[in-house]
Write a protein that binds this ligand. Structure first.
Ligand code: IMP
Length: 193
């Protein structure tokens, strides 16, 4: 089976690849000749994941899945949430986003947060399926670690040993991460088909 992953984020592709069944041929956007920016104009993770997957299925005629992820911080009433990529502005720089987050939480005793991922699958049959995953954690006082991407240097999962995602190997992050959990739902569904 051939399935496209609708993302230009190489880190996400690296995380997802080892989670998928061996018989599945995973295609990147470059593999299918899609070089334009995908539409992502909805105000929910579900809406954006669906929009990206459906765009690729419609325009390129391949079964496709997309993920959309948000960091939801309790003390910020769930922000940045669906706006996590653009938290510090349209330049979408992780460095700036993390700096803004640490600034907003300065002196804040409640540093609890969660990552939430929605994976949408636009199957060849045109039917849309959704799978969600989340992981609880805390926003650390400082950046720690160099692995991963995005907010990983300041997110320490509650189920872990105090290390941030950026201090873990990819395999360790994949054992508990929001994305791995959502992808597990996708894999279970594909195995049933
Ligand atoms: P998107 O799903 O690519 O739109 O991601 C939204 C924002 O969350 C971006 O700023 C990403 O860098 C960040 N993000 C997504 N997934 C992760 C993750 O697994 N760890 C840390 N940051 C992430």
């Amino acid at each position: 089976m051939r399935l496209c992953f609708a993302s230009n984020n190489a880190h996400k592709l690296d995380e997802i690849r080892p989670l998928l069944p061996a018989g599945l041929e995973l295609l990147s956007l470059a593999d299918i000749g899609c070089h334009e920016e995908l539409p992502e104009t909805q105000d929910t993770l579900e809406g954006n994941a669906r929009q990206k997957a459906e765009y690729v299925r419609q325009h390129y005629g391949v079964a496709c899945f997309a993920d959309d992820t948000g960091l939801e911080v309790t003390a910020l009433n769930g922000a940045p949430g669906v706006y996590s990529a653009r938290y510090a502005g349209p330049q979408r720089l992780a460095e700036d986003n993390v700096a803004k987050l640490l600034q907003e939480l300065a002196g804040q005793p409640d540093r609890s947060a969660r990552f939430r991922t929605v994976v949408a699958l636009a199957g060849a049959d045109g039917i849309m399926h959704e799978f969600a995953g989340e992981v609880a954690g805390v926003i650390t006082e400082d950046r720690r670690g160099t692995a991963g991407f995005g907010y990983d240097p300041v997110f320490a999962p509650t189920e872990g040993d105090g290390r941030t995602f950026a201090e873990m190997s990819g395999a360790e992050k994949n054992r508990i991460s929001h994305r791995a959990r959502a992808v597990a739902g996708l894999v279970a569904f594909l195995n049933e088909e």
